[in-house]
Design a protein around this ligand. Structure first.
Ligand code: G3P
Length: 226
């Protein structure tokens, strides 16, 4: 991903399923094109392929399984996401946790396939351990702030600052994202000030009355375009 960036997680919000997922991804692509900023989306697994065909911005899976291809009914191995057009995946989101071994193995599998991994962590200790597996990005998201109206950048800036120091100490190449309650360009700018290279967000765009307007404001927080 070109940094700094905004990754919009569609979760399983009804406002972003099926044709609405394609429409929302289209709005994200429009704003990326218009502003020159780096935006990406993570639609539901059922919408990923259609979204990836419909837009020219990076598309991430929301989760992958450490299953081999072949006789794997109902599992979603990394190869399936790659074949559907994904450039990367979220992993260990607080709403879809995985075991440490699964995270370690999946990060390695994704690296071999050229899929970027955004590993998520609830707190600094979890982030530090996950960083040792060498994901491309580590997203710190305090679960109690997810979906709320107060941004992690104003409610817990010290957690982000500490995570940046500890993650870089554990694995210097791992870049830090933050999320939970991020809604405005100011929240994004604050995240960058604290040492993150981008944000992960959902409700601030998916549940916004005017997602395009929210995205344009959020994109301003990324600073000057290329
Ligand atoms: O993955 C992003 C997410 O958990 C944050 O959600 O709604 O607080 O932006 P939200």
């Amino acid at each position: 991903m070109r940094t700094p960036f905004i990754l919009v997680n569609f979760k399983a919000y009804p406002e972003a399923l099926g044709s609405k997922a394609v429409a929302l991804a289209g709005t994200c692509a429009e704003v990326a094109e218009e502003t020159g900023r780096s935006l990406a989306v993570a639609p539901s697994p059922f919408d990923l392929a259609l979204v990836a065909k419909s837009v020219r911005i990076p598309v991430f899976a929301q989760h992958l399984d450490p299953a081999d291809t072949g006789k794997a009914t109902g599992w979603v191995p990394p190869e399936a996401a790659l074949a559907a057009g994904a450039v990367g995946t979220l992993l260990n989101h607080s709403e879809r946790k995985v075991a440490w071994e699964e995270m370690r193995d999946l990060i390695e599998r994704c690296r071999q396939l050229g899929l970027e991994v955004v590993a998520c962590a609830d707190d600094v200790a979890e982030a530090e351990t996950a960083a040792t597996f060498g994901p491309d990005y580590l997203a710190i998201e305090p679960p109690e702030l997810i979906g709320g109206d107060v941004s992690v950048t104003s409610a817990k800036p010290e957690v982000i600052a500490k995570a940046v120091v500890r993650i870089h100490a554990a694995s210097p190449k791992v870049q830090v994202l933050c999320g939970a309650g991020v809604k405005t360009g100011r929240d994004v700018a604050k995240a960058l000030e604290l040492g993150a290279v981008g944000v992960l967000l959902a409700s601030g765009v998916v549940k916004a009355k005017d997602p395009g307007r929210s995205l344009r404001d959020l994109a301003k927080g990324l600073g000057r375009g290329p």
